[in-house]
Design a protein around this ligand. Structure first.
Ligand code: ADP
Ligand code: ADP
Length: 223
C-alpha cells in the first residue's frame, strides 16, 4: 500500500483576481521505504503538494490516499492526528522554538502526543543519534550553528517515530559541508526504512533521493 497516492488531483485557489490552478491533474504515489525528491521552479505547486501530503490541505478535486485511506473520508481531527503521529517535518529554516533548549524542542512533540513529559530517555537518544553531544542538549537554537540546529530539527521530526519524513528544502540554509552531513543523515534514516519526500532546488541534494519528480505549472512533467 502506498504511503501516499494522488490520482488526478487538482487544487484551485479562488482569489479576487481569479482562480489560481496550483495543481492540474497530479498523479503519483510513493511506496514505503522510498526516498523521493520533488523539484520545480518557484510557483510550480511544490508547497501546495507538500501541504497535501502533510495533511494540512486537501485536494479541490481528485483522489488522495494516505496509507490506503481516502482523505475524503477522514475528518479534520483524523488528519491532524495523522500529521502529529505519523509524519515528521523538516524545514529550510529549522523552525525550532527559540525559548526551548535542544532537548526540549525534541521532547515537545512527545508532550503534544502523550500529554506529559518524557520519561523514556528518547529525546537524548535521538539527539545523540544525530550527533548532538550531551553538552549541546541544554543549548537554545541561538547557541547552535545552522548544521546543529538542523540536526536538532531532524531529531525532533523523529520524536514520535513517524514512518514518513517530509523535508522542505532541508539544505536551503546550510553551507555545502553541513548540507552533505544532513543529507547523509537523511540517507541513513531512509536506509533504515523511513520513507522520505523532499522538496529541493539543489540538483546535488536531489541526487540523494532514489527518484526525482519534476513539477511545472502544477503538472508532473516526468513519470
Ligand atoms: P511552489 O512551492 O512551487 O513555489 P506553490 O504551491 O507555493 O508553489 O504555489 C503554486 C501556485 O499557487 C502559485 O501560483 C501560488 O501563487 C498559488 N498559491 C499557493 N498557495 C496559495 C494560497 N494559499 N492562496 C492562493 N494562492 C496560492
Ligand atoms: P559547525 O560547528 O556546525 O561547523 P560553526 O562553525 O558555525 O558550525 O560553529 C562552531 C561552534 O560555535 C559550534 O560548536 C556552535 O555550537 C558554536 N556556535 C555557532 N553559532 C553560535 C552562536 N550564534 N552562538 C553561540 N555559539 C555558536
Amino acid at each position: 500500500v502506498p504511503v501516499v497516492e494522488l490520482r488526478d488531483v487538482y487544487k484551485i485557489y479562488h482569489m479576487p483576481a481569479g482562480d489560481v490552478h496550483a495543481l492540474n491533474g497530479v498523479t503519483f504515489s510513493v511506496m514505503p521505504g522510498e526516498f523521493v525528491a520533488i523539484m520545480g521552479p518557484s510557483g510550480s505547486g511544490k508547497s501546495t503538494l507538500m501541504n497535501m501530503i502533510g495533511c494540512l490541505d486537501v485536494p479541490t478535486k481528485g483522489g488522495m490516499y494516505i496509507d490506503g485511506r481516502s482523505v475524503n473520508e477522514m475528518t479534520d481531527d483524523e488528519l491532524t492526528i495523522h500529521r502529529r503521529d505519523h509524519i515528521g517535518f523538516i524545514f529550510q529554516k529549522f523552525n525550532l522554538i527559540g525559548l526551548l533548549t535542544a532537548y526540549e524542542n525534541v521532547e515537545y512533540p512527545m508532550i503534544l502526543r502523550y500529554g506529559k513529559r518524557d520519561d523514556t530517555g528518547r529525546p537524548k537518544e535521538l539527539l545523540a543519534s544525530v550527533g548532538i553531544d550531551e553538552a549541546k542538549m541544554t543549548h537554545t537554537p541561538f547557541e547552535l550553528s545552522g548544521g546543529q540546529q538542523q540536526r536538532v530539527a531532524v531529531a525532533r521530526a523523529l520524536a514520535n517515530d513517524p514512518a514518513l519524513l517530509l523535508c522542505d528544502e532541508p539544505t536551503g540554509n546550510l553551507d555545502s559541508k553541513m548540507s552533505e552531513q544532513i543529507m547523509a543523515l537523511l540517507r541513513d534514516l531512509n536506509t533504515r526504512g523511513r520513507t522520505i519526500i523532499m522538496v529541493t532546488h539543489d540538483p546535488h541534494t536531489a541526487t540523494y533521493a532514489d527518484r526525482t519528480i519534476i513539477i511545472r505549472d502544477g503538472e508532473i512533467v516526468n513519470a
